[in-house]
Design a protein around this ligand. Structure first.
Ligand code: KG4
Ligand code: ZN
Length: 338
């Protein structure tokens, strides 16, 4: 089954062609990062306009690159939630028109389910059930992926997402948006142990996390140093900050793995590109005797191939939509597709 997949929930417009949920024929991405950089973050209105400008040409490009004709497309999958509402609407409206014109099913895909499915593209042998940690710019959660379309949230952040914290700290250190990758590169030049940053301990669900205290502590440290004219060792600070994030994510995820009894652990989302987090999970999974799946960097960030992968399994589960499909800024990934 050949799926034309569309993603436009934030600042990447992306169109991909994916066969049977596992084989990427082409994955075209037009990033708006440069456009938003001068504002230090994504400006929703600008994002929506840019998506409209390039989505049609991107779809043509995807077909041309894959050497596929419109008639060969069996279904259209699209991110319908969550995201910047104006941005998501562009993709949803394009997908509706494409499905109507081609006379094929329309498949709504939850963006976070897509991130999880990036692992199906990277690892053909991976099948549910498995545990998945989703760490992106907007989400941080631990999930039991019981089946391709049935998942349960076991814990997650009560405030900021991990990616949001990376970006905020990077921004205050003068790194260009989105700063997570730059902070990671800088951290690799540093030595850990110079700066004492907090790890939040919460009452209630032991798998829940909090990052706002860590973020505030790092920002206060930077501002204070600026005020008293103290020179900071930026690489060391970045190394300690990355370690603090990893120290929050890894033990809870490994606890969830033990709780569920799963032997497979997948990581998904943009922050899964972080070198410290990747290394720490590699060590922890080896110690626990679990198989670890982390997609290559190209599949960690937003892309449409992951939407095509999940779209296939949503289709098999009967989760298609009509022309009344709406876009949603927020929506849980548990339960019904629409
Ligand atoms: O999944 P994603 O592309 O978009 C969302 O759905 O949010 O994630 C983007 C996030 C940004 O916060 C970005 O700074 C972060 O992933 N990120 C990283 C790294 N690469 C991307 N954070 C830490 N280390 C990295 N190497
Ligand atoms: Zn994303």
């Amino acid at each position: 089954m050949l799926i034309l997949a569309v993603e436009s929930s934030c600042d990447e417009t992306a169109v991909a062609l994916v066969r049977d949920g596992r084989e990427v024929l082409t994955d075209c991405i037009s990033s708006q990062v440069e456009l938003h950089r001068i504002y230090g973050g994504v400006v929703p209105e600008i994002a929506s306009r840019k998506h409209i400008e390039c989505i049609y040409a991107l779809a043509d490009q995807a077909l041309a690159r894959a050497g596929v004709t419109r008639q060969e497309i069996d279904a259209v999958a699209v991110t319908y939630a969550p995201g910047l509402i104006g941005a998501v609407l562009v993709g949803v409206n394009f997908a509706k028109a494409a499905a109507l014109r081609l006379g094929v099913p329309l498949i709504p895909v939850h963006h976070i389910r897509g991130h999880i499915a990036a692992n199906y593209l990277a690892f053909p042998e991976l099948e549910p059930p498995f545990l998945c940690l989703v760490v992106s710019g907007g989400h941080t959660m631990i999930l039991a992926v019981e089946d391709y379309t049935r998942m349960r949230i076991l814990g997650g952040t009560r405030d900021d997402a991990a990616g949001e914290c990376f970006d905020k700290v990077a921004r205050v250190l003068g790194m260009p948006y989105p700063g997570g990758a730059a902070l990671d590169r800088t951290a690799r030049q540093g030595v850990e142990g110079r700066y004492d940053l907090p790890r939040a301990k919460l009452s209630g669900n032991p798998l829940d996390m909090s990052f706002s205290g860590l973020k505030t502590a790092a920002l206060n440290l930077i501002h204070h140093a600026g005020q008293v004219g103290e020179a900071l060792n930026i690489p060391d600070l970045c190394a300690d900050f990355s370690r603090a994030v990893s120290d929050t994510l890894v033990p809870r995820t490994m606890q969830a793995l033990r709780d569920t009894g799963y032997k497979k652990l997948a990581i998904a989302g943009g922050v899964a590109a972080n070198s410290r987090i990747r290394a720490d999970f590699a060590a922890a999974a080896a110690e626990a005797g679990a198989a670890l799946y982390i997609p290559p960097l190209s599949l960690c960030g937003d892309n449409a191939a992951m939407i095509g992968a999940q779209g296939y399994y949503e289709y098999l589960a009967g989760n298609t939509a009509g022309q009344d499909l709406n876009a949603f800024a927020t929506k849980t990934l548990e339960g019904e597709a629409v």
